[in-house]
Design a protein around this ligand. Structure first.
Ligand SMILES: [Zn+2]
Length: 407
């Protein structure tokens, strides 16, 4: 049985009496579907989400149109025994939908008038509302023109009315969008002197109630442009959130918000400078460290051996240090890193003797692991925690093995 859609004539009533004409188990446990003789509840359709609220004190979790007979089904959790019920719609959510849906009509017409850009689809959810325009090639100025016109129409406080019009008559009118219908009449929404379109949704009675419309994001999607916007209370929330972020940032930069972009740009420049400086200093330090290690190295007939344990270093640093030292002829480097993830890094110059891959295995056993290995010229391994003493012992073992190799 088709439900009388009271919201077609009146979007503002949120508390009403109705009679249950059908009652059935709906999917999940404890849930029932209710069909009323007439309802103000809006079912999910046309890009607008359904209303929430309650029927006889039971929460309404879903409202949808039943395909077969166009009846509106209210899904509630619990049991209802009486036929006559009192229902109440969540007014804040409904009004939010009215503001944003009316805003959508205004914005779609505004894009049409300023850039001949047609709206091909509309979608609204709890926190976003978007329209897709048939063209992706709009300039920033064009987008701003549409936004300006939309807000002008909002502030003109034009009446918004709905009426049922026979299909043949509607086709003679200058209607922005006439989708195919299965009935005989179109429901036309008329924003006085500005926009006429077919729509089944809920709208405000005067454009002024939309309050403010702000486009917040543009996204090119192939040939189309997705325009995200906020109206009314959502616009206030959006402004509030962004204002709070901007103020916090301005305070942390000790500047005014108008100077914020300059301040960030300046800091970015300084950071680049500091990074450059740091790299230079690291290079100098590395050169100094190499000289120091070479000075303390052991020289045998065929090689110069550097053996050193470190703590509080990055293993990448050690690799870099080993590589740099091994550019010198005859150098063999045995480095160890103490800490929660102890590491050994063994390396030799191309012309130096010694098998790094062979001597690292017994050395790693001193650390309590054999995870690692490598080639004759470079080997690395480690993993378990080890203190400086333990790492030193591992290096000494490696050095003894190396000396045996060099004999
Ligand atoms: Zn609408």
């Amino acid at each position: 049985m088709t439900t009388t859609r009271k919201y077609y004539q009146d979007s503002y009533t949120t508390r009403f009496q109705a009679r249950i004409v059908e009652h059935f188990p709906a999917g999940e446990e404890q849930q029932i579907g209710l069909v009323l003789d007439a309802t103000y509840f809006y079912p999910s359709s046309g890009g607008q989400p359904h209303d929430l609220g309650q029927i006889q004190g039971l929460p309404v979790t879903d409202v949808y149109i039943r395909e077969a007979d166009q009846a509106i089904v209210h899904v509630v959790t619990g049991q209802i025994w009486q036929d006559q019920v009192t229902a109440e719609i969540n007014r804040e959510r409904r009004f939010d939908h009215m503001q944003n849906h009316t805003g959508q009509h205004i914005l779609s017409q505004a894009f049409l008038q300023t850039s001949e850009a047609e709206t091909v689809s509309f979608h609204m959810s709890g926190d976003s509302a978007t329209i897709d325009l048939h063209t992706a090639n709009l300039s920033g100025t064009q987008v701003q023109q549409a936004e300006t016109l939309a807000n002008r129409v909002i502030w003109q406080n034009r009446p918004v009315t709905a009426r049922m019009v026979p299909q043949t008559e509607a086709e003679q009118l200058n209607v922005r969008k006439l989708p195919p219908i299965n009935g005989t009449h179109y429901r036309l929404i008329d924003i006085d002197g500005f926009d006429l379109t077919a729509c089944g949704g809920t709208h405000v009675a005067h454009t002024g109630e939309v309050g403010l419309l702000k486009i917040i994001k543009l996204e090119k999607r192939r040939e189309q442009l997705r325009v995200a916007f906020v109206c009314g209370r959502r616009a206030l929330q959006d402004y509030r959130a962004k204002n709070s972020i901007i103020n916090k940032l301005a305070t942390s930069f000790t500047t005014s918000y108008t100077e914020l972009e300059n301040a960030v740009e300046k800091q970015r420049g300084e950071l680049k400078q500091v990074q450059k400086q740091l790299k230079k200093q690291q290079g100098l330090l590395l050169a100094y460290e190499q000289a120091h290690l070479l000075h303390n190295s052991k020289r045998t007939g065929r090689a110069t051996i550097i053996c050193q344990a470190f703590a509080d270093r990055d293993v990448n640093d050690l690799r870099q240090l080993a590589r740099a030292l091994c550019t010198r002829p005859g150098v063999i480097v045995l480095l160890g890193l103490a800490g929660p993830n102890a590491q050994l890094v063994f390396s030799r110059a191309v012309d130096a003797p010694g098998e790094m891959g062979q001597i690292i295995k017994p050395a790693l056993q001193v650390l309590g692991t054999a995870a690692g290995g490598g080639s004759s010229s470079f080997a690395q391994g480690g993993g378990p925690p080890a203190d400086l003493d333990r790492v030193q012992q591992a290096l000494e073992r490696a050095e003894r093995l190396l000396m045996a190799q060099l004999k």
